[in-house]
Write a protein that binds this ligand. Structure first.
Ligand code: NAD
Ligand code: SER
Length: 320
């Protein structure tokens, strides 16, 4: 990868991935792009930023050519909760956007394309615990349906055109940088903002809803590790299972209380409960461990300590 384009660069994951990529490959070699302009210079003063709608194939082609891009991290998507409210938008962005990226990958002879998938690929007729790499994919959320379709179309481009396309099924990502963009696992980020501010948190999932999760540092590590893996050694391509921990809101609240004893939580499940109930409880990521050496660093205790440390500092400075 010599010249990289990150689409969806202002999002929860993109805004942190871009910093890691610029550190490794050089700021001048990593171009940021998003539908929204970077008005607050969130991605820093240096580095190129392009405004683009991933559904505008001609404009995307212009940007790829203008910067001599050879590799793309395509992170622009509509997540699960927003997707349930606007299924057509979710389908259009997640499917047609990915299709444009893959098509341009073949047309312009790009070296590598990374498109994340999600634990939302699972739904009916699948084991809830330690779900295997090649288990049944029958999601019930529109977001999950787009993620399964996205994986299949990536694999199709690998087989049909020999395009180097890779992806991983992220669990819920927990971070202190950019707020999440409208998913079902967002509670596991929001809860920390309330905790460090001394506020009671109202959780939109029930106390016993178990979901797989991962701290952002591990998310970035996994993404870069897969992106740099030897393509010839990969048996799978578009949807590697990865995970770091699984917990319920009640277990997370108990972990927070170990550091902030006065923390309080109440539960008022909303429409996102049905999405969470359709997902699995834990993930078997042994294939990613075997094919490209995946291993997470953060468990629930380490993640909680780091989230509270960083967000407490931000709160003291009046930044949140
Ligand atoms: P996000 O919602 O935080 O960010 C997405 C970004 O894409 C936003 O900045 C948005 O402005 C941009 N975008 C939306 N529509 C666009 C368009 N038409 N053209 C260009 N840009 C557009 O999402 P994220 O959490 O950073 O997720 C990145 C990827 O990881 C997605 O594919 C998502 O499905 C996947 N994922 C995320 C999580 C998670 O917990 N964050 C979990 C599983 C999978
Ligand atoms: N965190 C994501 C969501 O909740 C999972 O893909 O939508």
């Amino acid at each position: 990868m010599n010249k990289i384009l990150v689409i969806g660069a202002l999002g929860q994951i993109g805004s942190e991935l871009i910093l890691a990529l610029r550190k490794k490959y050089g700021t001048e070699n990593v171009i940021a792009a998003d539908l929204r302009p970077d008005t607050n210079k969130k991605l820093g003063e240096d580095g190129v930023f392009e405004v683009v709608d991933v559904m505008d194939k001609d404009e995307l082609r212009n940007i790829i050519k203008k910067h001599n891009i050879d590799s793309i991290f395509h992170l622009a998507a509509i997540l699960s909760a927003v997707g349930e409210k606007n299924p057509a938008l979710c389908w259009n962005v997640n499917i047609n956007g990915s299709f444009n990226v893959l098509d341009l990958g073949v047309e312009l002879g790009l070296k590598r394309i990374i498109i994340p998938s999600s634990m939302a690929v699972w739904g009916k007729n699948v084991e809830k615990e330690n779900v295997k790499q090649d288990s049944v994919l029958q999601p019930t959320s529109v977001y999950g349906i787009t993620k399964v379709t996205g994986e299949l179309i990536c694999d199709y481009y690998v087989q049909r055109f020999g395009l180097d396309c890779r992806g991983l099924r992220y669990p819920g990502i927990i971070s202190h940088g950019t707020l999440p963009g409208g998913g079902t696992t967002d509670y596991a980020v929001d809860i920390f903002y309330s905790a460090v501010k001394g506020e009671k948190y109202t959780c939109f999932l029930s106390e016993d809803t178990m979901l797989p999760m991962m701290f952002m540092d591990d998310c970035i590590k996994a993404t870069m590790q897969l992106a740099e893996a030897d393509f010839n050694k990969l048996e799978h391509h578009s949807g590697f299972n990865v995970t770091a921990m699984s917990f319920t809101p009640k277990q997370l609240a108990a972990e927070i209380k170990k550091i902030i004893p006065d923390f309080e939580i109440e539960y008022k499940p909303d429409f996102r409960q049905a999405i969470a109930d359709s997902w699995v409880w834990s993930i078997d990521d042994s294939v990613a461990r075997k094919e490209w050496g995946w291993k997470p660093d953060f468990d629930i205790t380490a993640m909680t300590a780091e989230m509270i440390r960083v967000l407490s500092e931000k709160h003291k400075k009046g930044l949140i």
